[in-house]
Design a protein around this ligand. Structure first.
Ligand SMILES: NC(=O)C1=CN([C@@H]2O[C@H](COP(=O)(O)OP(=O)(O)OC[C@H]3O[C@@H](n4cnc5c(N)ncnc54)[C@H](OP(=O)(O)O)[C@@H]3O)[C@@H](O)[C@H]2O)C=CC1
Ligand SMILES: O=C(CO)[C@H](O)[C@H](O)COP(=O)(O)O
Length: 471
């Protein structure tokens, strides 16, 4: 190859090939490498692009790049990334840069950034969202690393990112070391909650509303024109209409009722527990996926409630629509509260308004709601929880009865509603109503002398339980 490339892409599977072609379409010269060379050849043959050049070894890749060299990893997260770095570091020179665009765990990214820094290399953990189509035509991009290094890669990343309706690129510098991958992790956590809310709505519409798939698809398509407008609602309408290509009927009815997961939702939930943040909806969604694949599910005989069909289907659908919206709003509020806490904890100075802006297009959780979230952070950049914003609080005050009714209808009729019920409990926990923690403190002091605080005087108290105070 006589030409020197602007960037090398390692890993030409679903995401890497899309990003490599996207970068090439924007006028940059790209060298593409995949461990299995047959994949490299297939990618080049499938969609030839004059700006995309195949290379077949890491040495050839390095020789094909302008200096300082920039390499984007789009490979399986975990050990493969460390193995690839072992091979790349000896081939790189001070000032070169590695961008990890996979779903790496943010703590690994912090460790790798330190490791590469010791060699004078820049390391960027770059969250990428948008799936296959996003990678090819415009994903949301969440880069984390040193700010000076970002200036070098911003022209490429911002060119290939999705653009919002007002033309803003869905790519912005997130913060140092693991900030980009942390934001992507929480994005995926919100994605889990959002998908589970939609699944619960679908199931309650089907079971209690008696709606057919095509009717639910029509409802979702209609909902996608209002406040619920979002990528996930849109694809759900399409998915529900998809005919099976292997059997009669709708494809969705022939898909096994057990959800997979690759880890990012679970990490979000575990990390929230480390941080001491209540992320009940995301945790509920992770639990729902785990339970969906538990073989005990098909073995237990635990009684089946008699279903009471909704009398007024149109009114019921409207209740579910509003309940879903309020649930979605609370899920995003939980996710952004976690980002707020992490920002202080890791000294990342995350700009939550900018993150909401990046999420507005290209990514899986893109939604009209994100415009409102941006507006809330513009009103108060230090907002600790979106539910404290006047506009969000007013919307919840109006809509919470629908969330409660939807969750209750599901529960009474045997539809599991782990995430909608978590949303209700979170609301009730936040609104200052009694949560029963006084009794828990009494129990803790009773069995372990853990002490308690009182409502009527300052200080820390211990009580000698059961001695002379029985009534
Ligand atoms: N699919 C999606 O929707 C999204 C995926 N991501 C993330 O992007 C990354 C790429 O995802 P995706 O395109 O789906 O591909 P996969 O996660 O399925 O990974 C496959 C790619 O990784 C390469 N690979 C695996 N192990 C190694 C290794 N030890 N050394 C070198 N290369 C290796 C494979 O090479 P080979 O062909 O030789 O096996 C192949 O190119 C992942 O981290 C994923 O989590 C992020 C957003 C969305
Ligand atoms: O990052 C993504 C979307 O944003 C990937 O599609 C990821 O694989 C989704 O997570 P899971 O496979 O656990 O459902």
């Amino acid at each position: 190859m006589s030409i020197l490339c602007d960037i090398g892409v390692i890993g030409l599977s679903v995401m890497g090939r899309g990003l490599a072609r996207n970068i090439a379409d924007h006028g940059f010269q790209v060298a593409g490498f995949n461990r299995n060379p047959d994949v490299t050849r297939a990618v080049m043959e499938e969609e030839p692009n004059a700006n995309l050049h195949p290379v077949f070894s890491l040495t050839e890749l390095m020789a094909s790049l302008k200096k300082p060299r920039r390499v984007l990893l789009m490979i399986k997260a975990g050990d493969p990334v460390d193995q690839m770095l072992d091979q790349l570091i000896p081939l790189m020179e001070s000032g070169d840069m590695v961008l990890d665009g996979g779903n790496s765990f943010f703590a690994d990214t912090r460790r790798r950034a330190e490791r590469l820094s010791a060699h004078g290399l820049h390391y960027f953990g770059v969250g990428v969202s948008g799936g296959e189509t996003g990678a090819r035509f415009g994903p949301a991009i969440m880069p984390g690393g040193n700010r000076e290094g970002y200036a070098q890669i911003a022209p490429i990343l911002e060119a290939i990112a999705a653009k919002t309706e007002d033309g803003a690129p869905c790519c912005a510098y997130m913060g140092p070391d693991g900030a980009g991958h942390f934001v992507k992790m929480v994005h995926n956590g919100i994605e889990y909650a959002d998908m589970q809310l939609i699944a619960e709505s679908y199931l309650v519409l089907k079971t209690v509303g008696g709606f057919e798939n095509h009717e639910i698809a029509d409802l979702f398509a209609q909902w996608n024109t209002g406040e619920l407008r979002s990528y996930l609602i849109g694809i759900t309408a399409d998915v529900l209409r998809e005919a099976d290509d292997l059997a009669e009927g709708d494809l969705v009815d022939h898909i096994e009722d057990a959800a997979g997961q690759k880890g990012t939702g679970r990490w979000t939930s575990i990390e929230a527990l480390h941080q001491g943040i209540d992320l009940s909806m995301i945790t509920g969604a992770v639990g729902a996926r785990i339970l969906s694949g538990d073989p005990v599910r098909t073995q237990a005989d635990l009684g089946t409630p008699v279903v009471q069909l909704a009398q007024d289907r149109a009114a019921f659908a409207e209740t579910v629509r509003e309940g879903l919206y309020i649930g979605k709003l609370i899920a995003y509020a939980q996710g952004f509260a976690m980002l707020r806490d992490a920002s202080a904890r890791y000294e990342w100075s995350l700009d939550l308004g900018s993150i909401a802006s990046v999420f507005r297009a290209g990514c899986i959780i893109q939604a009209a709601l994100l415009g409102d979230i941006m507006a809330a952070f513009a009103r108060n950049p230090d907002l600790s929880n979106l539910l404290l914003d006047d506009a969000f609080a007013a919307r919840v005050r109006k809509g919470h009865p629908s969330l409660r009714r939807t969750a209750a209808q599901g529960i009474c009729n045997g539809v599991p509603m782990p995430v909608m019920t978590s949303a209700v409990s979170y609301l009730d926990g936040l609104r200052g109503a009694p949560v029963g923690a006084n009794l828990i403190q009494a129990q803790r002091d009773c069995f372990g002398a853990h002490t308690y605080r009182r409502t009527d005087r300052e200080g820390v108290f211990h009580h000698e339980w059961g001695q002379s105070h029985e009534r």
